[in-house]
Design a protein around this ligand. Sequence first.
Ligand code: ATP
Length: 316
Amino acid sequence: MQQVSPGGAVPDSLVEVRGLVKRYGTKTAVDGLDLVVRAGTVTAVLGPNGAGKTTTVETCEGYRRPDAGTVRVLGLDPVADAARLRPRIGVMLQSGGVYSGARADEMLRHMARLHAHPLDVDTLIERLGLGSCGRTTYRRLSGGQQQRLALALAVVGRPELVFLDEPTAGLDPQARRSTWELVRELRADGVGTVLTTHFMDEAETLADDVVIIDAGRVIAQGSPEELCRGGAENTLRFTGRPALDLGSLLKALPDGTAAAELTPGVYRISGGIDPQLLATVAAWCAQHGVMADGISVERRTLEDVFLELTGKELRP
Ligand code: ATP
């Protein structure tokens, strides 16, 4: 991941946030956050509930004013230069911002007319599987159809930068796949994407850069590979009763092995996983009357990294 340098601009950066602070009364929602999004890349912003993701993204979109720090989007101030910025960015809203009595196809065609070089509306409707609901009013669309329409509205104007908030929440597997394909095509066209998601596989599959935030601060950033490479390659996982004596378990294991209780009753052993270590863990469990459910050896995933860093499971 490209870092924000203390001096000049980062080449090709579409978003540059430096030292962003945002407070709601006495609550500091964002606490000195830096973020860079480059052209032709997907940046996934991950964090537990209340971490400050929406506040950060809404500040970039110009819906909130920073209390401190600077935010530049396409080189512009998102609040002061909103009129110049809006036609150049696409924003996928979770809900709202849409007149619920309008028909899906009318909304898309109207949005397309507001832009100089829009995508072909019929192709987009086809691509996102919205063909059957063109004449249906927004309020009568299913939740998944509303999601796909929101995505279509965000991209139809051929934006240079698009903000996607939970784009696949509530979608069936096929619609999820079409959404991923569309995001990949945007990237290939040089569009920058800021993706907030609670799906770790989505971030792992789509993101070039991942930014993990907690309590309003960036606690880790890098490509999915970089973040997952941080620890041992393989981990051993099992589920047992909560609060096992991990000190006792570690005494039975070779030096350099680490053990953690990720969430109550979910354990991860890392460092030098081999058949002997697997056998030792199983034997220790047997000696201590622990039924090790789902014992498995796995590659370290983004979800592991997230759990280690935040101690919280990433759930909507
Ligand atoms: P989630 O994953 O649940 O959507 P998030 O990471 O998007 O969370 P934010 O919505 O940015 O988090 O909220 C960050 C913090 O700021 C939370 O503690 C939240 O309660 C608080 N907050 C957000 N909006 C407001 C507001 N309008 N007024 C007061 N507090 C707010």
